[in-house]
Design a protein around this ligand. Structure first.
Ligand code: MN3
Length: 203
């Protein structure tokens, strides 16, 4: 992935009524765009310029002098991954077989996975992210604080993420993060995207 602001994979209204067009617009044009611009400003004229975003994140994570670059680069990646982790409810399709089998092996049922995602997001203190990851042939739910991303954990491949920073839900749900999480896992998760990432991890 290069350092840029990719177009949203759907219209700004497409996640309504769970996530309003106003939330998507602020989240994408202000927050996400801001992280990308800050990353571009920070790498300009440095040895990071022109590198793949994933490599910038890994290099910057290795030394605390690059903390600000890490934060902005990781947030750029996490947000692009988040937009693709969601899908308009109207386009909802059955969970792909390869993913369904992995979910059943690791969580018993899809409902158990959804419960774990909601719980992990509700329990994340402060800002951060909830992830479905593949690790050592199994799936698991984790959460990360602030800009942290499973990319820096060589053993984990991210499959899906949900943003639990307040800017992701406050305009719609105010303080009710659990409602945002529940409605998102019930109707907006992009299981094809997760299955595609799982197949990449297995190949
Ligand atoms: Mn965000």
């Amino acid at each position: 992935m290069i350092v840029n602001l990719p177009p949203l994979p759907y219209a700004e209204t497409a996640l309504e009524p769970v996530i309003s067009a106003q939330t998507v617009a602020f989240h994408y044009h202000k927050h996400h765009a801001g992280y990308v611009q800050k990353t571009l400003d920070l790498i300009k004229g440095t040895s990071f310029e022109g590198k793949e975003l994933e490599n910038i994140i890994l290099e910057a994570a290795a030394n605390s002098v690059w903390q600000t670059l890490f934060n902005n680069a990781a947030q750029s990646f996490n947000h692009t991954f988040y937009w693709h982790s969601l899908k308009p409810a109207a386009q909802k399709q059955a969970i792909p077989e390869v993913l369904e089998k992995a979910v059943n092996d690791s969580f018993g049922t899809l409902d158990n996975l959804k419960k774990e995602l909601v719980q992990a997001g509700t329990n994340r203190f402060g800002s951060g992210w909830v992830w479905l990851v593949a690790e050592n042939g199994a799936l698991k739910v984790i959460s990360t604080p602030n800009a942290q991303t499973p990319l820096t954990n060589g053993a984990q491949t991210p499959l899906l993420t949900i943003d639990v920073w307040e800017h992701a839900y406050y305009l719609d749900e105010k303080n009710n993060r659990a409602a945002y999480l529940q409605n998102t896992v019930d109707s907006l998760l992009n299981w094809e995207f997760a299955a595609h990432n799982l197949q990449k991890a297995q190949s």
